[in-house]
Design a protein around this ligand. Sequence first.
Ligand SMILES: Cc1cc2nc3c(=O)[nH]c(=O)nc-3n(C[C@H](O)[C@H](O)[C@H](O)COP(=O)(O)OP(=O)(O)OC[C@H]3O[C@@H](n4cnc5c(N)ncnc54)[C@H](O)[C@@H]3O)c2cc1C
Length: 1029
Amino acid sequence: MCVSRISHILAKAWNVVSLCRYAHVPVWVSSRWKHTNSQQYTAVIFDMGGVLIPSLATLTAEWELKNNLQPGWIWKTILSGESHVAWDRCMLGELTFEEFVLVISKEKQTSNIIKPYLEAMTRQMDYQIPAMREAIQCIRAEGLKTAVLTNNFWFKHQSFLPVEKVDFDVVIESCREGIRKPNPEIYKRCLERLKVQPTESIYLDDFGQNLKPAAQLGMITIKVGDITTAIQKLESLLRFPLHGYVHGTQTVHKHMDIPTDRLKEYLQTTLGLSSAEPLTLRQFSHGQSNPTYHIRSGDRQLVLRKKPPGKLLQSAHAVEREYSILGTSFYLMEYCQGRIFKDPTLPGLSAHQRTEIYSAMNHVLCRIHQVDVHAAGLEDYGKHGNYIERQVHTWTKQYRASETHNIPTMEQIIKWLPENLPTHEKTTIVHGDFRLDNLVFHPDKPEVLAILDWELSTLGDPISDVALSCLAHYLPPDFPILKGLNNCDLTELGIPSDLEYLTMYCDKMGINPVKNWNFYMAFSFFRVTAILQGVYKRSLQGQASSTKAETAGKLVESTAELSWMFAIREGFRKFKSIPTRNPNPPVRKYSTWNRQRSSATNFLSTLSLNNHSKHLISVPKGHLIISSEGLSPRVQELYHQLTMFMDKHIYPLERELTDHQRDENRWTPNPKMEKLKTEAKAKGLWNLFLPLKTDPEIKYGAGLTNLEYAHLCEVMGRSLHAPEAFNCSAPDTGNMEILLKYGTEAQKEQWLLPLLEGKIRSCFAMTEPQVASSDATNIEASIVEEGDSYILNGHKWWTSGAMDPRCKLCVFMGKTNPQAHRHRQQSMILVSMDTPGIKVVRPLSVYGMEDPPGGHGELLFENVRVSKENILLGPGQGFEIAQGRLGPGRIHHCMRLIGYADRALQLMKERVKTRVAFGRPLAEQGTIMADIANSRIEIEQARLLVLKAAQLMDTVSDKEAASEISMIKLVAPNMALHVIDRAIQAFGAAGLSGDYPLAQFFGWARALRLADGPDEVHRAVIAKLELKR
Ligand SMILES: Cc1cc2nc3c(=O)[nH]c(=O)nc-3n(C[C@H](O)[C@H](O)[C@H](O)COP(=O)(O)OP(=O)(O)OC[C@H]3O[C@@H](n4cnc5c(N)ncnc54)[C@H](O)[C@@H]3O)c2cc1C
């Protein structure tokens, strides 16, 4: 039997997946017709009654006979007197048919006859003559236009049109137009709407009077009496058959003709077809590469698929067959009647039906991939393993063989694919061209009956088939060969997205999600590109089996672009999957000279290090360490521990900690935070902030320089919750430093130690609502001596941390001597928060954020009595302490702000790589790329300045670093605001929500343009110092 081995094998596979074939209806078709390109007609126009639907004249004659009426009596009666006018008005749409019947009923004595007649006629004419319908389908299959031109009426709220409207390009009805045949105007309108010349059209009517004006305009006319005769006349004019229509077929293309006699003889011998039955051939319009024919002989219907004629590319058309009956190899299949959906949007179906169709498609693909290759005897159906690699090689060769011009994108893909091949491949039967329009669905049910186009099937990687099924998702709806779904609202249509389709597949197959999906999509579009290039080249050589081939070939570049788009996405995915913390990072020992070497060495000599601390620390010798890799091994270890702690404990708990700050218990400490503190302390990640210079014997802190701490503090700044977990949060850090620098041993004992242990918390009360507190000399609160006590009175606000029930200490700033020099009037005094006379008025909020449990309190101090011993440093020293406090303590904020900004940028990058808008990831949008670049530049600039300020504080003095400290206090929050704002913008509305830390980062960064002293004050300091130089 001359059915090719491949189809035989596939039939076996097909049986394994046990899909049934569907019945068909035999229709006789003459074999005398050949497709001709010399068509002079481009449109056929049909009258309705007597042409498309039964003839009114015939039905009337029958009715008259049945009702014993004189022949012609009915219409003679209707067209007499007033009824004539009414009938005319009915045709012109001025009266409905129902109104016309009313007129007749009133008018005529005979209404008891006319009325039932009219009702019977509308009933009997309500169907389309099948032979004419088939003729129209044949005409349209050849690409000609069709129209209905009818004198018609309104009936039951619409026009009386019992024909399939999809069969016509144009419908002209007298009742809509307000003119009727034989008025030549109505014929002209029809031609105009068809956009054809009269001589290019054929007009069919059963009424000679209506044919005349058409003929006068130059249209070819056919008078329809007997329908069969009319169709034959039309056939002879059009020169192609008007019966034997098979959905999706047309007459055989001129250059695709095959020798019917030899084929007939062959089929008689091999399949035992009757010699008496004529053999008819039609060609499927579907399929670019291998022409496919519908064969009918008697009641047997077959499909023949063959290689195109002419010289072919090696192995591009694997329709392997040794027979040369048709000049090229071929194979035969049974014809399966059903629905083929060429438009992936599935017009005419409901959303639910669409979901079912795509689900059925997915299901049948799974069944193909589940075929037991061994049980089906298909072990040798293809090579095992490395399918994708071999495919890339094959299609690259194909592409090269048909290359007509250089496409740079394709060159990139050809280089990229072999470097990114999947590491694990399953081997199953693969279809090789699995797409919706290669499936024949049951006429009514969401069930696949047959799968077409198997010539690329082999053994291979099944995911390649899944990706091929999703090509349409990325092609535009007007893509000439395969209509696409790009930019369609899939949810509304009920069509799964490509990723949903993939998930459906993985679930059904019981396999893990496919991580490198983008690779498969890139590969699929690469393959399509290679195929289109072949089609294009053949079209240039005149071998393409479709007229669309040339257009398709020109689309090569657009599919190459799509392939590259997925390659880029895959690149991003891989990049993202690289662990963020490389355990062995490449060491970049960046350092730069800073100020004069002598300053640095001076600092070293001023340090009074004991042996223990000398051993522990390695003080920077004037080098600015600009990345963590440059830190000493001990600090690097701390840095490593800290980042691990952040990853393991802080980030995963962030959401919970934030939620606690919003619930009703927010003013009580969160036990989860207390647990974090215990763990951090146990790991030595505790009190890292205390500068070595203040604590040279490393009695209280971790012995880090400001520069070293800057690197660690930045990491803590990446989460708003982190600093507290490491006992490094404001305002405690500043207060601890004050106590360490200026406190007596007793004060240290009472307050510093519990603060260092994290047992209590503290606040700092300087700012007052009634005065401009950016100028500390304005402070009005009073500290009045009374015996061995001081009496405190004042109204304070923005006292951070005061709301916390653990807050036991307040560092209070007030005036002890308003008469003294303006910088000697103020003093600072330590006040226990449980001293009588302290009232918490309310918590303040920043953009609605209350920052519990510490908050920012408004407090009243009314006759608060405090022991004289609690004064810090001495009366009148408050301004000096304030200056000292605002130094290191406040540069910590700047270090953390670098962390805010860097985290915001990291979140932004992650978001824009995965979020797609207008057909490409946001990361590929130019403005987003510019935002990323600007953010990175600004972060790096600000970081260098923070590090420089920190290093100057270490190596020279806070006073000498004053300019840099002011600079960074100005630069850091402003930089962070820009970076965070860009990240928020890239996130869309989500960026403003509480779901991400961005909105909070933004709020606190903004607050820090005031909390650390207003920008203007810092500018003033910088300018003054600059002017002094
Ligand atoms: C979140 C947060 C936490 C805070 N925590 C504390 C705390 O714990 N303890 C505490 O005591 N205070 C705290 N503050 C208060 C903060 O220190 C003050 O708000 C800040 O010092 C400014 O004082 P002010 O609000 O009185 O503004 P004002 O002094 O009234 O200044 C208002 C504006 O005047 C302008 N201005 C001021 N000086 C100049 C100048 N030289 N040149 C040009 N323009 C100028 C600036 O635009 C400035 O923003 C906190 C503030 C915030 C927002």
